[in-house]
Every structure is written in C-alpha cells, then in structure tokens.
Design a protein around this ligand. Structure first.
Ligand code: 6MZ
Length: 358
C-alpha cells in the first residue's frame, strides 16, 4: 500500500505506550467540558496547540494546568478516559497503555483513590462496550486493549511519590492486571530524580514496570545516569541522551546494553521545541542503531495529533518504506508491559492483518 496515503496509517495496527490522559483529551470532549463549566471562561486555544505553532516547554505545562481545571471530578475523569480510549481505538490502536497522575480536589470530593478507580471503571466500561481486544479477532474491527500506568509528577517531591507508589502497588494487586506500571513525568526542569529514587526502587521491587521520562531537557544528564541504574523498563523521550546533543557515550551504552526501548513523540517534541525540526529528531539516531523505538503521541489533544499522523510523519521524514513502518509498529508489541499471552495474541493479530494491509 501507498505510504503517502493517510488510510494506510489509519489501517496500520498500532500500539500506543506513551499517552498522558489529560493531555490526550480531544477538542470535541473539551467543548463538552467547557460547556459544563462556563464560569471558568476557558476557550479552545487555551487547551490545545496547533501543529504549526511552537511553544516553550513551560508554556506547554501551563496548558495542563488549564485542562486540570476542566477535569476535576470523578464524572469528568470517566468522560475523558472513555472518550480518549474510544478515540485511540478509532485511530487503529489495538493496545493502549494510558498513564495519568492521580489528583485530589476537595471541592468535588475527588481523591487519588477515586481517581484511579474511575480510570479503571472507564477501561471496564469500554471493554464491556466492545472497545477492547477481540479474542476471535478478524481484521478491520476497532478494538483496543487497555492497560494503565500510575504517574508520579516529579514536581510533587519524594513523599508524594512514595504515596503514589503505594497506591499503584495496591491497584496492581487488585485490578486484575490492568495497572501494570509507574510513570515518572512532570516538568523536567523542576526537582531532581535522585530524591525520587527510593520511591522508584520500591515500585520496581514490588513488580511495577517503570516508564520514566529521561533527558527530556539537556540539564538532566546526571539524573539520567542515576535513573538508568535502576534500570527503567522503558524511557520516555530520551531526547538528550546521545553525545551529538550533549548526552554521553556512557548514557548510550547503558541504554543499549540493557536494551531499554525509547518512547518517541515527534510532534510533541517539535511543538515544545526540545527538538528543532522533524528531520533533527533523535528517532533517526536510535533507529539507525537498530534500537527499539516506539512512536507515541504523548498528548494527542494538546499537540493536535494522533498516532496515525505520528507514523506518517516518521515515514515521510525518515523515508521509511511500508515494510519499515509495519516492522516499527510490530516491534512495539515487544515493548509493552503486557503479559506473554497478550503479546502473542497481538502478534497473531498483526500477522493476520499484514495480508490485508501491506
Ligand atoms: C513531562 C508530561 C508531558 O497526568 O494529568 N506530562 N510530563 N513531559 C511532557 N512532555 C510534553 N506531557 C504531559 O496528564 C497531564 C500530565 O502529564 C505530564 C504532566 O505531569 C502533566 O501535568 P495527567 O493525565
């Protein structure tokens, strides 16, 4: 099939491993939330950035603060989580690991416990409504298998991180396999990962998989050295790990020796200006080394994108053939935190769909 056709990317079965819930809310859902809360006077331009626009990372983080005002109750979370899952499924995502930072809001009665329960309820409802993997899979259906990573916001410091890990552990034990890991995210210019090491180590010891944002900005070199010793199970962004951009051979060695997959979000990095242009994206460096790279959206709502567009962008920028694109999406299966039988099911699905799509 033609790699310039948008249909090819939509039909391509995909795995999404780096999607922040509140950053993934679509403009349609935002409209609903704005209608529910007219007194906040929030307009569309405050919750999303157009593809052509550029912002500082700091400005991007301001957008999340606005969105958090709009999504502040259990009811809102159920609405956005269901919509986000359905949108990923409609975009051809067959397996989704969603991540989100549990919040408490006294005025609405939202607690961190309720927050996570509500995301899990959204996942359950989507499954019941058929937005989940179909064991008897036949090609062409919009199905999506969902997992959840509990996120630690680095800005909140070590105590909150430890509390969040305890919560994540409890849910890992009682969610029937839906809570699989822990994400470390938040404004990378704030705080230092060394203070979070005990919490991250505890998470690892209790069996949570670790997906850590690493070297999203240049100043995180020492932190990355430290956190790579854990080691994490996947790296978010990893923009400044390699020596050509101020990283180091030692960082690259650690990543390669431990074969840690890197989640890459092209549009997010270019809009947020941590990468100057698509053709300078670090995807090229790691892809050329044969290292596992997983294309992801990061915040599809905030950065006005979807996973199909991210694959199309990578293909056109780095001159990937249809076969290359297919292999890239299939390789992501091995990078999921899913148990082996699910991975095998996904592999089977990819094999069946390959006949029809390639
Ligand atoms: C680091 C990011 C991020 O958790 O409320 N987040 N952290 N780097 C990024 N690159 C742009 N994009 C999103 O989703 C929003 C939260 O995800 C993290 C931030 O902590 C943000 O507040 P949730 O669902």
């Amino acid at each position: 099939m033609d790699t310039e056709s948008a249909l090819f990317y939509r039909q391509l079965p995909k795995v999404e491993l780096h999607a922040h819930l509140n950053g993934s809310v679509s403009s349609e859902t935002m409209d609903l939330l704005m209608k529910r809360k007219p007194h906040l006077n929030i307009e569309r331009g405050m919750t999303a950035i157009l593809r052509e626009q550029r912002r500082s990372l700091d400005e991007c983080f301001q957008v999340f603060k606005v969105i958090h005002q709009l999504v502040d109750s259990g009811e809102d979370i159920l609405l956005v989580a269901k919509a986000v899952i359905q949108e990923f499924a409609a975009d051809g995502v067959k397996y989704l690991e969603l991540r989100s930072t549990p919040r408490e809001v006294t005025e609405t009665g939202l607690t961190k416990q309720i927050y996570i329960e509500t995301v899990l309820e959204a996942i359950r409802q989507c499954k019941q409504e058929g937005v989940d993997i179909d064991v008897r899979h036949t090609g062409g259906i919009s199905t999506c298998l969902n997992r959840f990573l509990v996120a630690v916001d680095r800005r909140h410091g070590p105590e909150v991180a430890m509390e969040t890990v305890k919560l994540a552990e409890d849910f890992m034990l009682c969610s029937g396999g839906t809570v699989v890991g822990l994400d470390l995210s938040g404004d990378p210019t704030v705080g230092h990962g060394k203070t979070l090491l005990p919490a991250l180590q505890k998470a690892k010891n209790c069996g949570l998989k670790l997906a850590l944002h690493l070297s999203e900005v240049p100043s995180q070199r020492d932190e990355s050295e430290l956190l790579l010793n854990l080691p994490p199970d996947r790296i978010g962004h990893g923009t400044f790990l390699h020596p050509e951009v101020g990283g180091s051979d030692s960082l690259v060695d650690k990543v390669c020796k431990q074969n840690i997959p890197i989640e890459m979000c092209l549009t997010s990095n270019v809009i947020g200006q941590t990468v100057p242009s698509y053709d300078k994206h670090h995807f090229q460096y790691w892809y050329n080394r044969g290292h596992p790279c997983v294309l992801c959206t990061d915040d599809k709502g905030v950065f006005s994108t979807d996973l199909s567009q991210e694959y199309q962008l990578a293909a056109s920028t780095f001159k990937l053939s249809a076969e290359d694109v297919w292999n890239l999406s299939q390789q992501a299966i091995g990078c999921t935190f899913a148990p082996e039988p699910i991975k095998q099911k996904l592999e089977k699905m990819w094999a069946e769909l390959k006949q029809q799509i390639l």
